[in-house]
Design a protein around this ligand. Structure first.
Ligand SMILES: *[C@@H]1O[C@H](CO)[C@@H](O)[C@H](O)[C@H]1NC(C)=O
Ligand SMILES: *[C@@H]1O[C@H](CO)[C@@H](O)[C@H](O)[C@H]1NC(C)=O
Ligand SMILES: *[C@@H]1O[C@H](CO)[C@@H](O)[C@H](O)[C@H]1NC(C)=O
Ligand SMILES: *[C@@H]1O[C@H](CO)[C@@H](O)[C@H](O)[C@H]1NC(C)=O
Ligand SMILES: *[C@@H]1O[C@H](CO)[C@@H](O)[C@H](O)[C@H]1NC(C)=O
Ligand SMILES: *[C@@H]1O[C@H](CO)[C@@H](O)[C@H](O)[C@H]1NC(C)=O
Ligand SMILES: *[C@@H]1O[C@H](CO)[C@@H](O)[C@H](O)[C@H]1NC(C)=O
Ligand SMILES: *[C@@H]1O[C@H](CO)[C@@H](O)[C@H](O)[C@H]1NC(C)=O
Length: 578
C-alpha cells in the first residue's frame, strides 16, 4: 500500500508561495467586503476530555447548549489536535504543524522568552486583510515576551484575556518559581479593573465576548475567538474552582467524587457560556450568517501534572500523549450555511485545517497562504464529501522522543508512550444519574436561538440517533498492549488502541515509519528555553507583561532580506530551470 505523503516544503513551490504573497500585498487592503462573508466564532475549551460533553454519550455532566450546537450542526468525531496547549494553538493559528516553527515541545511557561516566530502570519492577520473585525477574548499562550508577540500585534484588533497557560479563576494569577502575578490584559495594557470585581473567569470572558457581539456592526464580518481557560485546573488551593459550590452541590450532588463534581461545575459554566454566545448572535441577527466551532485544544489531564479530573474515557491516554485520549479532540461545528447538518462526521480533520477553511469561506484564495499543512475542508463539512486529507502528523516532540502519524484507519506511535498510557477517568454513566434530558437541550439558549432562525431539524429520535452514533465503542481493554517502543493501531476496529497490529501489517508499519522520518527531516528543533527572571511580575506592578524590548527593525530587516533572497532564487530558477 502506498501511503500518501505531503511534501509541503519542496523548494520551487515554497519560492512560488513567497512570490505570490509578496505580489499580493498590494491588493490586501482593498479586498472585497462582501456582506456575504460569514461571521466566524471559535470557542476553545482547555483540557476538555472526550467524555466531558454529554453528546458523546455520558449522562454524568449534562452540556445542553454544547449538545444543541452539536446536534444542529456536525459532530466532528475525528478532529485531531496536538497533545498540549501551545502546539495545538500554534497549529490552529498558523495552519502548519508546530514542527515547522519549533513550537512542538512543552507548553510555554509564563516568563519563557519564546513565541510563534514573527515572520509567520496568523489566522487573524489573514482574516483582517480580508476585511474582518478580529477579536480575541481569553487565552493566548503562543508567546508574549516582546510587545510584537502579543495578540494585538498579530492580527487581533482587540484582546481581553491572559497571555499564559492558565489563571486562577477568581484572582487571575499564575505563578512561576514562587513569583506570582496577575495575567489579565486589555489590548496591550494590564488591567486592574477585574481584580476588584473578582468574578469567575469563565463568566468574565463570556460577558466580554457577548459585549463584542452586541457592539459589533453587523454589516462587517466578525472573527471572534473565545478561548476559555475552562476547564483547565488552576494553581489555587482548590485546583478545580467553581463559581458557587452550593449551586454545584445541589445540581451535581449525585457525583460522589468531589473533584469530579467540581469539574462538573466548571463544565456547567462553560456550557452556559456557549449558550450565551449563540443567543447573543441570534439577538444581534448575526446567527444566520455565522459559523460556530466548538473545540478542545487537547485531551483532559485526568491525573498527574495540573490534573483537572476531566475524562477521556473510553479513549486511551491523557493530554501529553499521542494516544487518542490526548489528540482526538472534542469538536463540533454549527452553521446555517452547512448544507448537510445534523450528522456525525468520521472524516479525518486536523486543527491546521481551520485556517484555510476559514480563509476560503471569507473569500480568500488558499493559494495565497503559501506552504501550509492545513487543507480546506468546507466541502467535507458542508456537503459530507470525502475529507480533503488522508493522513496527518500527530506531532514529533524531539525533546521527549515521541512521534506519531495517522494515515487512513491506521495510527503509528513511536517512543516513550508508556507515560500516561492507561485508561483514566469517569465512565460517565451510572443508573443513579439523572436521565438525559432532551427538553433541556431543545430549550437551552443555544437550542432556542437556532430554532428561532428556522434552522433546526431536531426531533427526540434524531437526537438520540446522533448521540448513539457519536459514542466510541471499544474492545475489551482490561488487557492492553504496552507501547514503550512503537505501536501500530487499527483505529477503525480498535478505537481505544488496545492492540498493536504491527506484526499483521508490516508494510503499513514501514510506510508509516517512513512518513515520520520525512517529517522529522523537515523539523525545526524546538525552541523551548528557561524562564527569564527579568520577566517576574514584581518589576511590572504585579503583572506578567512583555519584558524584552522588541527589536522590530532587526526582524523586519531579516524577513525582507529572506524575501529578497527568495525572489532572487526564484528568478534564478526561472532562468536556469525553465
Ligand atoms: C519556593 O519556595 C519554597 C518554600 O519557601 C521552597 O521550598 C522552594 O524551593 C521554592 N521554589 C523555587 C523554584 O524557588
Ligand atoms: C488567588 O486565589 C487563590 C485562592 O483562590 C489563593 O490561593 C492565592 O493566594 C490568590 N493570589 C493572590 C495574589 O491573591
Ligand atoms: C450560590 O448558590 C446558592 C444555591 O443555588 C444560592 O442560594 C446562592 O445565592 C448562590 N450564591 C451566590 C453568591 O451567588
Ligand atoms: C448527508 O450526508 C450523508 C452522508 O453522511 C448522506 O448519506 C446524505 O444523503 C446527505 N444528505 C443530504 C441532504 O445531502
Ligand atoms: C454508581 O453509583 C453508586 C451509588 O452512587 C455507586 O455505589 C456505584 O459504585 C456506581 N457505579 C459505578 C459503575 O460507577
Ligand atoms: C428537563 O428539562 C426541562 C427544561 O429544563 C425541565 O423543565 C424538566 O423538569 C426536566 N426534566 C427532568 C426529568 O428533569
Ligand atoms: C475482558 O477481559 C478480562 C481479562 O482478560 C476478562 O476477565 C473479562 O471477562 C473481559 N470482559 C469482557 C466483557 O469481555
Ligand atoms: C504494562 O506496563 C505496566 C507498567 O509498566 C504493567 O503494570 C502492566 O502489567 C503491563 N501490561 C501488559 C499487558 O504488559
Amino acid at each position: 500500500m502506498r501511503i500518501p505523503v505531503k511534501h509541503p516544503w519542496t523548494l520551487p513551490k515554497r519560492l512560488l508561495g513567497t512570490f505570490v504573497i509578496l505580489a499580493s500585498i498590494g491588493r490586501i487592503q482593498s479586498e472585497q467586503k462582501s456582506s456575504k462573508q460569514p461571521n466566524i466564532v471559535v470557542i476553545v475549551a482547555d483540557d476538555l476530555g472526550w467524555n466531558d460533553v454529554s453528546f458523546h454519550g455520558a449522562d454524568q455532566i449534562p452540556t445542553p447548549n454544547i449538545d444543541a450546537l452539536a446536534y444542529n450542526g456536525v459532530i466532528l468525531n475525528r478532529h485531531y489536535v496536538l497533545p498540549t496547549c501551545t502546539p495545538s494553538r500554534t497549529a490552529f493559528f498558523t495552519g502548519r504543524y508546530p514542527i515547522r516553527t519549533g513550537m512542538q515541545g512543552k507548553p510555554l511557561s509564563v516568563g519563557e522568552p519564546r513565541g510563534i516566530p514573527l515572520n509567520v502570519r496568523l489566522l487573524p492577520e489573514h482574516l483582517r486583510n480580508l476585511g474582518y473585525r478580529t477579536r480575541l477574548v481569553g487565552k493566548w499562550h503562543v508567546g508574549y515576551y516582546t510587545n510584537e508577540h502579543t495578540p494585538t500585534r498579530r492580527g487581533f484588533e482587540s484582546f481581553y484575556g491572559h497571555y499564559s497557560g492558565y489563571i486562577s479563576y477568581f484572582n487571575y494569577t499564575i505563578s512561576k518559581n514562587n513569583h506570582t502575578g496577575f495575567d489579565l490584559h486589555q489590548d496591550t495594557a494590564s488591567t486592574l479593573e477585574m481584580r476588584r470585581n473578582s468574578n469567575y473567569a469563565t463568566d468574565v470572558f463570556t460577558e466580554e465576548a457577548v459585549k463584542v457581539i452586541e457592539n459589533h456592526d453587523a454589516t462587517e464580518p466578525l472573527y471572534l475567538h473565545l478561548a476559555h481557560p475552562a476547564p483547565h485546573s488552576s494553581e489555587a488551593k482548590e485546583v478545580v474552582e467553581v463559581r458557587n459550590m452550593s449551586e454545584v452541590n445541589s445540581r451535581f450532588g449525585y457525583i460522589e467524587n468531589i473533584n469530579r463534581r467540581k469539574f462538573a461545575g466548571m463544565m456547567m459554566a462553560l456550557d452556559q457560556s456557549v449558550g450565551r454566545i449563540v443567543k447573543a448572535l441570534g439577538d444581534a441577527n448575526m446567527l444566520d450568517n455565522s459559523i460556530i466551532v466548538f473545540m478542545a485544544d487537547n485531551g483532559a489531564q485526568t491525573e498527574g501534572f495540573l490534573e483537572n479530573y476531566g475524562s477521556n474515557y473510553p479513549l486511551r491516554g491523557l493530554k501529553f500523549t499521542h494516544y487518542d485520549g490526548g489528540v482526538r479532540g472534542v469538536a463540533c461545528i454549527y452553521s446555517p450555511l452547512i448544507k448537510n447538518n445534523s450528522r456525525v462526521s468520521e472524516q479525518l480533520l486536523h486543527v491546521t485545517d481551520w485556517l484555510p477553511t476559514f480563509y476560503s469561506l471569507a473569500g480568500g484564495d488558499v493559494n495565497d497562504l503559501g506552504d501550509i499543512d492545513g487543507l480546506d475542508q468546507w466541502s467535507a463539512i458542508s456537503l459530507a464529501e470525502n475529507s480533503a486529507r488522508e493522513s496527518l502528523l500527530i506531532n514529533i516532540d524531539d525533546a521527549v522522543n515521541l512521534r506519531g502519524v495517522v494515515s487512513g484507519k491506521f495510527k503509528l506511535i513511536e517512543g516513550a508512550a508508556d507515560l500516561y498510557g492507561n485508561y483514566y477517568g469517569d465512565t460517565g454513566n451510572n443508573n443513579s444519574y439523572p436521565e438525559y434530558n432532551i427538553t433541556e437541550i431543545l430549550e437551552s439558549d443555544a437550542g432556542l436561538a437556532i430554532t428561532s432562525i428556522g434552522n433546526s431539524l431536531l426531533t427526540e429520535t434524531k437526537i438520540l440517533n446522533l448521540r448513539s452514533a457519536s459514542i466510541v465503542r471499544c474492545n475489551n481493554f482490561t488487557d492492553f498492549a504496552n507501547c514503550s517502543d512503537t505501536c501500530l493501531f487499527n483505529l477503525q476496529n480498535d478505537p481505544c488502541e488496545t492492540t498493536d497490529v504491527s506484526a499483521d501489517y508490516p508494510e503499513i508499519f514501514i510506510s508509516l515509519s517512513k512518513m515520520i522520518e520525512i517529517f522529522e527531516s523537515e523539523l525545526v528543533p524546538q525552541t523551548n528555553t528557561d524562564v527569564d527572571p527579568a520577566s517576574y511580575p514584581e518589576k511590572f506592578n504585579g503583572f506578567w507583561m512583555p519584558w524584552v524590548a522588541s527589536d522590530s527593525s532587526t526582524i523586519i530587516a531579516t524577513s525582507s532580506l529572506i524575501g529578497l533572497i527568495n525572489i532572487l532564487l526564484h528568478i534564478f530558477s526561472l532562468i536556469f530551470f525553465s
